[in-house]
Design a binder for this molecule. Structure first.
Ligand code: SAH
Ligand code: SF4
Ligand code: F3S
Length: 541
């Protein structure tokens, strides 16, 4: 990690706002830890900050616009004479490149997601002198060749950053008892619409020992829920004996990509021990028993073997939940998207998942209005969504991204009003499916990881946004998630303090359901002592 500290005499308050996916949330946590160790403090008030950092997302134009609107706002403040260092970090600067700092002179520094270990130095440079050269204020992987020696060195630094992670009890939801742990960086898939392989670089797998150690450290600090992160987690694959770092320990390793999963495997594996994703799950489950919930995102619908499902079925503390983006229900569109699977492959996986894990809940992602998508293609997407019975789906209008194959080669020819209509129709259909899926839980008892005092209750609305109202809603409601990731609310029993429940896993009897919500009551201690329900609810759900 870079050796630097805030210059004395200057204030050290940092405002950090995060956009985008869980990877970015984890990166922000690492940035926070790294800067805190150097003496910086943090503020939630942008007006009180001396350093403003935006950790940005480039996956859709709308996400980028959020970053640019912040940059514009800080530009106005600076014109009005405010002295503040403005840093843009994450996927937007990596996609835009150095041109961004020339175009927006109010930006003091740019740092891509693969260079975050250099961020303290960049801030230091920006704080010390306004005259620092561009090279001192910009850290991007840019054109560093994928698989070059420079790339490998950068990976070692990133690994050090992940390993340096200090347990931060103020961090996450539920009093810091839930944590992300990265297993794979980058992505090799190059789906034709997607910027992630450009912004996050190639697929790199962390050594299993480093991952298990990190899980142990999190658990020792009180974490009971760990979510493993990767763009395609099921492609996790570490071949032992090939990559050794300067300290003699195993080092991060380039992923083989999908090739290793097809007949014959990949050559470097021959004669070497391999840790697969299934092995990794098994190890964490067995070696860190105080983790009561082990989750992972995101799964790629191809190369998801029965070995993973088998381990999930055998390990009660692995959540019965798969986030399995489908993107489209049309084989023609999936091909144009370069997804590498067919609708039939996808359905086969969903069926296998339900065979091994009857209670599994599935969440999907869909893109509507991709290049050349017809009503017929869209109808097939509707069919897939209905057939798979997703508990929820994230639905996006196609947003062409510069630098992707689709942007260069496929016209963005579905008019925006058609994208909007398809988006709304799919959302409405998903709401019906979600309501049916959630409705099946009424009368059952689920285990809920309590995360917060419900916002809705505080506003006195009783869950309006989630499609549910209860006029007699208690003063305070707690909310959390089941193992299958279903949001659940229940009233705070009389005489109980919310702090006593936050970060706990408690049994809740479900009494009502809405499209995205279960509503229930906390089982009393006597009820809890009674016979356990026969279903798998008490563990996975
Ligand atoms: N690695 C994950 C997804 C990461 S991006 C996977 O492969 O499934 C998260 C989601 O954003 C994607 O699943 C996709 O639905 C959406 N997305 C990505 N690029 C997009 C684009 N150009 N326009 C609209 N949605 C997009
Ligand atoms: Fe993007 Fe495809 Fe990689 Fe997911 S798998 S991050 S959608 S390129
Ligand atoms: Fe966005 Fe980068 Fe994540 S583009 S979705 S923040 S990997």
């Amino acid at each position: 990690m870079a050796e630097s500290s805030p210059p004395s005499g200057l204030s050290r308050r940092v405002f950090l706002e995060t956009f985008g996916c869980q990877m970015n949330e984890l990166d922000s946590e690492l940035v926070r830890g790294q800067l805190a160790a150097l003496g910086y403090s943090f503020t939630d008030d942008p007006h009180a900050a001396d350093v403003m950092l935006y950790n940005t997302c480039a996956v859709r134009e709308q996400a980028e616009n959020k970053a640019f609107s912040r940059v514009g706002r800080v530009g106005v403040w600076k014109e009005q004479g405010r002295k503040v260092v403005l840093g843009v970090i994450g996927c937007v600067p990596e996609r835009e490149g150095e041109a961004m700092i020339r175009k927006y002179p109010q930006i003091d520094l740019l740092c891509g997601p693969g260079e975050l270990d250099r961020l303290p130095l960049l801030i230091d440079n920006a704080l010390r002198t306004e005259a620092a050269s561009l090279a001192d204020r910009v850290a991007l992987q840019g054109n560093t060749t994928r698989r070059s020696a420079a790339y490998e060195a950068a990976q070692d630094n990133l690994e050090a950053l992940d390993l340096s992670r200090a347990f931060d009890p103020d961090r996450a939801a539920a009093g810091g008892r839930s944590a992300y742990v990265r297993i794979t960086r980058g992505c090799n898939k190059f789906c034709s619409y997607c910027v992630v392989p450009n912004t996050r670089g190639p697929e790199i797998h962390r050594p299993p020992d480093a991952i298990v150690d990190e899980c142990k450290r999190m658990a020792d600090g009180g974490v009971i829920e760990v979510t493993l992160l990767g763009q395609t987690v099921n492609h996790y694959r570490y071949v032992h004996g090939l990559s050794v770092g300067a300290d003699g320990r195993e080092a991060p390793q380039f992923g083989p990509g999908g090739g290793a999963f097809r007949a014959g495997g990949s050559e470097p594996d021959v004669g070497h021990r391999v840790t697969t994703f299934a092995d990794l799950l098994n190890r964490i489950h067995d070696e860190v028993p105080s983790i009561r919930r082990l989750r992972f995102v995101t799964s790629y619908p191809r190369d998801f073997g029965d070995d993973i499902l088998q381990v999930m079925a055998e390990c009660p503390r692995i959540c019965r939940y798969l986030h399995l983006p489908a993107q489209s229900g049309s084989n023609r569109i999936l091909k144009l998207m370069n997804r590498g699977y067919t609708v039939e492959d996808y359905l086969d996986l969903a069926r296998r998942a339900r065979r091994y894990l009857p209670d599994v809940s599935l969440a999907g992602d869909f893109i509507v209005g991709f290049s050349s998508e017809t009503e017929e293609d869209f109808e097939q997407t509707r069919q897939l969504l209905r057939q798979v019975r997703f508990k929820n789906s994230f639905i996006f209008k196609y947003s062409p991204r510069p630098g992707t194959a689709a942007f260069d080669r496929m016209p963005d020819d579905v008019p925006d009003e058609v994208k909007r209509r398809r988006n709304n129709e799919l959302l409405a259909l998903q709401a019906e499916v979600s309501a049916a899926v959630h409705g099946e839980y009424v009368g059952r008892t689920v285990e809920v990881f309590v995360e917060q005092v419900s916002e809705k209750a505080r506003k006195g609305g009783g869950g309006v946004e989630l499609g549910w109202t209860r006029p007699d809603s208690a003063e305070r409601q707690m909310s959390g998630r089941t193992g299958g990731d279903l949001i659940t609310v229940f009233d705070l029993p009389d005489g109980m303090r919310p702090e006593g429940l936050l970060g706990q896993i408690v049994p809740v009897r479900v009494e009502a359901a809405a499209p995205l919500l279960l509503v229930g009551s906390l089982l009393s201690p006597t009820e809890r002592a009674g016979p356990m329900p026969l279903s798998g609810d008490r563990t996975g759900q």
